[in-house]
Ligand binder design. Structure first.
Ligand code: FE2
Ligand code: FE2
Length: 367
């Protein structure tokens, strides 16, 4: 049986609710996720008839006092007239109104460890969320909250496993937790920049961010004398090193494959990241020598993020390069049809965010 992703399951639930009497004006169901480490509330899932009015948005929860209050009290909030709120200069309300929404109902998603996000219902008519409608929506809202919490639990468990494996590998080859924390965030930056042109959803970008640090999980299978060798590798050693790609896929299949742990689409994305992060656009990469867009976009993104962080961090055998020097090298690699030029340009256009990430995750801070 196909294990669908959370977005697909929430979309079917939305269709189901709308078939009920008087529920057809309920058009939008959306989920935002809260990252307590950075206080960021990020848009995550949108199920609705039209495009997402709040695509690729992120804001500190502290800048959203009404949502912050819901998180503290656990209560819900109904806005019966979004137009009136929009007129007071509220940006999110204005965007919802411009997409045809007239009322909203918001519920915090609270788990054992506190706030995990928010669930938003939007209707195309004002005053939609009457007490009787809210009574009927309550079980659905509870169900969506449980689905989101379960998904986050599964992701956390998966990441925990990958992290344990990586920490063992990282200790051995000098790559640090901070490297993984940074390259995951660089991947997210590139994904956000590419999103409009490639139609990437917030869900895609979130999983890209979650899975990027697993790219080298197969390094745990590379023998120490190769992984830790200070000088250049011989041809035979390089061949053995390259095996970390296939070993990585084996490890992921053993650890998370087929257990229904993560959905099929997401498992596929995780495998692509591991399988293709050393492929080059001109076909000279490994292990399969794929070229151009045969290399999945998620892998092209992760490759750029990974190389950029490798260049800009200090390793036992080299100093850290400046961001400018690293970006120049990436641009040259893109020129030679090795790295994806669009991904390189996206990263180069995100200097402000790069500096924030580097300030937040220095070598002593573990991801
Ligand atoms: Fe690798
Ligand atoms: Fe890496």
């Amino acid at each position: 049986m196909t294990h669908h992703g959370l977005a697909a399951r929430i979309a079917s639930l939305r269709s189901e609710i709308r078939t009920e009497p008087e529920m057809s004006a309920l058009d939008r169901l959306a989920v935002a996720l809260y990252d307590s480490r950075t206080d960021l509330l990020k848009t995550f899932i949108h199920a609705g008839n039209g495009p997402n009015p709040l695509d690729h948005a992120a804001a500190p929860l502290s800048s959203l006092p009404s949502l912050q209050a819901l998180a503290q009290t656990g209560g819900s909030r109904t806005v019966n007239d979004l137009e009136a709120i929009a007129r007071t200069g509220h940006d999110y309300a204005a965007r919802l109104v411009s997409f045809g929404y007239r009322s909203s109902h918001t519920i915090p998603i609270l788990g054992r460890s506190g706030l995990h996000g928010f669930l938003f219902f939007n209707a195309t008519t004002p005053e939609f969320f009457s007490p009787s409608v809210l009574r009927r929506l309550k079980p659905y809202a509870e169900l969506v909250a449980q689905m989101v919490l379960r998904e986050l639990d599964a992701l956390r468990a998966m990441r925990g496993m990958v992290r344990v494996l990586l920490q063992i590998a990282a200790v051995r080859d000098g790559e640090t937790g901070a490297h993984l924390a940074r390259m995951a965030r660089y991947s997210r930056l590139i994904g956000l920049k590419l999103a409009p042109r490639h139609g990437l959803s917030d869900e895609f970008i979130e999983y890209l961010f979650q899975f990027a640090p697993a790219h080298d999980v197969g390094k745990i299978a590379v023998p120490d004398h190769i992984l830790l060798k200070p000088g250049p590798l011989t041809h035979e050693e390089f061949v053995l090193m390259q095996h970390h790609v296939e070993r990585g896929i084996e490890i992921v299949d053993l650890a998370v494959g087929d257990h229904g742990f993560i959905s099929d689409v997401h498992l596929q994305m995780l495998r692509q990241i591991i399988a293709c992060h050393h492929e080059k656009l001109d076909g000279t990469g490994y292990p399969r020598g794929l070229s151009g867009t045969d290399i999945p976009l998620e892998a092209r993104i992760v490759a750029v993020a990974d190389v950029f962080d490798a260049l800009t961090s200090r390793r036992p055998y080299k100093d850290a390069w400046s961001n400018e020097a690293a970006l120049a090298t990436l641009a040259a690699e893109a020129e030679q049809n090795k790295l994806d030029p669009e991904c390189v340009a996206a990263l180069a256009a995100s200097m402000r965010e790069i500096l924030q990430i580097q300030a937040c995750f220095t070598e002593t801070v573990l991801g």
